[in-house]
Design a binder for this molecule. Structure first.
Ligand SMILES: NC(=O)c1ccc[n+]([C@@H]2O[C@H](COP(=O)([O-])OP(=O)(O)OC[C@H]3O[C@@H](n4cnc5c(N)ncnc54)[C@H](OP(=O)(O)O)[C@@H]3O)[C@@H](O)[C@H]2O)c1
Length: 282
């Protein structure tokens, strides 16, 4: 892996090669941990920082053969693990949890040296209107007590499903018909989880972006053309998608300017990190 923008990157990143172990990998993980460190929390009132991590084909598709994993590669999987390691919590829509068979993060999937005094693994937070997930799945019933899965749901969710899920998960009713992006972030921040990693999908990311709550986007471009059948990495939020008159720049869906922070390259994969322009230094 090499950093191609900005130039003059730490040499340690070049030490990351497929299957490499030992001292070189240790220094590479430290370098990646620094590269992807969340901003230091403001004192005395730390505010959440919302980072999304997505992968797209060169023609902008969010899935290949129905899943995102087919577009990935070793470098993307490594950065995926680093991003999870530096996060307090992983936030995903129920659609992603179902499609990608989400389960709790295992200790071997994160880098302990990047967990700096936090729980051994970050919890997963899943947002769902009615808890349409398998209540006996590892995601809901198999998380460790220190990192219980957080379910952000609504009053539409039947009481008995909430109660059943609450046997193992942390269930929070934080919306009437839907959970607003602000309510999602607030519910996590109230639990002391401010370094937020959104792993999609396009539906959830569209809502968070349209609400102006996205601080940062880590986007891997995979060297493949999907062909236009799949959705893009963001879909318009519910309100903005109604009506044939919707167009670019319509109310509720203004373009969000981004500033490129860095680009890594490995085996043709481009790992880009963007800041929402309002967050970028200078
Ligand atoms: N390319 C990538 O990096 C990437 C990343 C992630 C996922 N994906 C792909 O994207 C697809 C899944 O994404 P998606 O956009 O269909 O779904 P999604 O955003 O993961 O989840 C949508 C679901 O989340 C719940 N939800 C979303 N917003 C909500 C709100 N405001 N309040 C309450 N519940 C809310 C609803 O679940 P309920 O139906 O349970 O109410 C909704 O159906 C899969 O094919 C996956 O493979 C790609």
């Amino acid at each position: 892996m090499r950093q191609i923008f900005p130039a003059g990157a730490p040499n340690e990143i070049a030490n990351v090669t497929r299957g490499e172990t030992g001292q070189a990998a240790e220094s590479a993980i430290a370098a990646l941990g620094q590269l992807y460190a969340y901003p230091a929390p403001a004192s005395p009132a730390p505010v959440p920082w919302v980072r999304a991590n997505m992968i797209a084909s060169a023609d902008g598709a969010s899935t290949l053969n129905g899943r995102s994993g087919d577009m990935s590669g070793p470098a993307d999987r490594l950065v995926f693990s680093v991003l999870r390691s530096v996060a307090d919590v992983i936030l995903a829509g129920a659609g992603t949890a179902r499609a990608e068979k989400y389960r709790p993060v295992r200790p071997g999937e994160v880098w302990p040296q990047l967990r700096d005094g936090r729980t051994r693994t970050p919890p997963i937070a899943v947002v769902t209107t009615k808890l349409g997930l398998d209540l006996n799945s590892p995601l809901l019933a198999g998380a460790p007590p220190a990192a219980r899965t957080i379910v952000l749901t609504t009053e539409q969710c039947p009481q008995e499903r909430r109660a059943a899920a609450a046997a193992h998960a942390d269930v929070a009713v934080v919306g009437t018909d839907r959970v607003t992006p602000a309510a999602m972030i607030d519910a996590l921040a109230a639990r002391g989880l401010r370094r937020i990693l959104v792993e999609g999908g396009p539906n959830l990311l569209g809502q968070i972006t349209a609400a102006g709550l996205l601080n940062e986007l880590c986007l891997t471009y995979s060297p493949v053309l999907e062909g236009g059948r799949a959705r893009r990495i963001l879909t318009p939020p519910f309100e903005a998608s109604a009506g044939p008159e919707r167009h670019e720049g319509a109310a509720g869906w203004p373009p969000v300017e981004l500033t490129l922070a860095h680009v890594l390259e490995d085996s043709g994969l481009l790992l880009c990190r963007y800041l929402a322009a309002s967050q970028a230094p200078g």
